[in-house]
Design a binder for this molecule. Structure first.
Ligand code: IPM
Ligand code: MN
Length: 353
C-alpha cells in the first residue's frame, strides 16, 4: 500500500474555511479514485484565534507543522486585526520558518475563462512565475530613526544572498527544463536602478545559464514585464524574480488568467514542508455566504498533489476544474450562477472518474 500523507489544514480567515472545505471534498474524491491515503490535521490559526488569545503562530504548532508532508492553507487576514500582524505573524512566519524559498504561481488561462486582454486566449496565456519567497524587502530589515518627528527616517532594506538567489534561479532553470515548452526563462528585475541587488541576480543568472544550453535566457525590467504581460503574454514561459516584484506581477498575472477566483500558488521548500494556497485573500465581505469561488483553492490542491507526486490525481483535479469552468459563466463571487458548495460538488464529481 502507498504511504499515507500527513496533511496540515489551516482554513484561516474569512472565506478560507469555505474554499478549503471544497478542496478537501475534491481531495477525498481523487484519493478514492487513485487509491492513496491521507490524514488531515486541522489548525485554527488566524484572526479569530489571535483576537481570543493573542497568539499568531505558537512555537508548538510550528513544531507540529514541521512533521507534516504538506500544508493546505485557506486565507489569512481579518478586518478587526491591524494589517501586518497576521500577515507577518502567520503567513510570512510560516514561509520563513519552513524555508519555503520558492513561491510558485502558474498563470494559465483555461478555456471558457474570460481574460481582460483583448484577442488573447489560452494559447497566449500559459506561464509560471517563480518568486523568491524568503528574502528581499520581505525580511523586515531596516527601522525608524526619529519616528514621529519631522526628521523621521524610515529604512527598508532588500536582502539578497548569493545562496538565496542561486537556489531560486536553479529551481527556475530546472522548472523551465521540466515544463519543456518554449524553454525560455525570463529574469525580471531592475538592473538599471537597483544596481546592487539585481547585479547579483543577473550575474548568478547568466552563470547558471551556462549549465542549461537548451534554455533561452531573457531579461526584462519589472516595469517592462508588466507591459509585456498585458501586451504579449505569449512571450513568457517561466519568469523568475525577487520577492517584492514577484508579489506585484503575480497579482497582474491573476487578473489576466481570469481573476482571484482561479489563481493559486505554492510556497515550496523542495527539501522540506511546502504549503499551498489560493492567492486571493480572505474576502471577509463574502464570508459565510456560500458565494465565493472555490476554484483557486481547488487549483492549489492540484499543485499540492503534483508536488506530492500524485500526478494522476492532480490531472483528475484539473479535469474537474475544467469541467466546472465549462459551466460557470463568471468567476467572481456571487456571480457564478452556482454556490461555493455546488462548484465543489461539480469538481469532485468530474474528478472522480
Ligand atoms: C501574497 C500576499 C502576501 C505577500 C501578503 C498577504 C503578506 O500578498 O501571498 O502574495 O505579500 O506575499
Ligand atoms: Mn500578493
Amino acid at each position: 500500500m502507498k504511504k499515507a500523507y500527513q496533511i496540515a489544514v489551516i482554513p484561516g480567515d474569512g472565506t478560507g474555511p469555505e474554499v478549503i472545505e471544497q478542496g478537501i471534498k475534491v481531495l477525498s474524491s481523487v484519493a478514492k479514485a487513485e487509491g492513496f491515503q491521507y490524514t488531515l490535521h486541522h489548525y485554527d490559526l488566524g484572526g479569530e484565534r489571535y483576537l481570543k488569545s493573542g497568539e499568531t503562530l505558537p512555537g508548538s504548532v510550528l513544531e507540529e507543522l514541521r512533521k507534516m508532508d504538506v500544508i493546505y492553507l485557506g486565507a489569512i487576514g481579518h478586518p478587526d486585526v491591524k494589517p501586518g500582524i497576521l500577515e507577518k505573524g502567520i503567513l510570512l512566519k510560516l514561509r520563513f520558518s519552513l524555508d519555503q524559498y520558492i513561491n510558485l504561481r502558474p498563470v494559465k488561462l483555461y478555456p471558457n475563462v474570460e481574460t481582460p486582454l483583448k484577442d488573447k486566449g489560452p494559447d497566449d496565456i500559459d506561464f509560471v512565475v517563480v518568486r523568491e519567497n524568503t528574502e528581499g524587502l520581505y525580511v523586515g530589515a531596516g527601522g525608524f530613526l526619529k519616528k514621529g518627528t519631522p526628521d523621521e527616517i524610515a529604512i527598508q532594506e532588500s536582502i539578497n544572498t548569493r545562496k538565496g538567489v542561486e537556489r531560486c534561479l536553479r529551481y527556475a532553470f530546472e522548472l523551465t527544463k521540466k515544463r519543456n515548452k518554449a524553454k525560455k526563462l525570463t529574469l525580471c528585475g531592475k538592473t538599471n536602478v537597483l544596481t546592487y541587488a539585481f547585479d547579483l541576480w543577473e550575474r548568478a543568472f547568466y552563470e547558471i545559464a551556462k549549465e542549461y544550453p537548451d534554455i533561452t535566457t531573457d531579461y526584462a525590467h519589472v516595469d517592462a514585464t508588466c507591459m509585456w504581460m498585458v501586451k504579449n503574454p505569449e512571450w513568457f514561459d517561466v519568469i523568475v524574480t525577487d520577492n517584492m516584484f514577484g508579489d506585484i506581477i503575480t497579482d497582474l498575472g491573476a487578473m489576466i488568467q481570469g481573476g482571484m477566483g482561479i489563481a493559486a500558488g505554492g510556497n515550496i521548500n523542495p527539501e522540506g514542508v511546502s504549503m499551498f494556497e489560493p492567492i486571493g485573500g480572505s474576502a471577509p465581505k463574502y464570508a459565510g455566504k456560500n458565494v465565493i469561488n472555490p476554484l483557486a483553492a481547488i487549483s492549489a490542491l492540484q499543485m499540492m498533489l503534483e508536488y506530492l507526486g500524485e500526478e494522476k490525481a492532480a490531472s483528475k483535479v484539473e479535469k474537474g476544474i475544467m469541467f466546472a469552468l465549462s459551466k460557470i459563466k463568471d468567476l467572481s463571487a456571487g456571480k457564478m450562477g452556482y454556490s461555493t458548495t455546488e462548484v465543489g460538488d461539480m469538481v469532485a464529481e468530474a474528478a472522480s472518474v
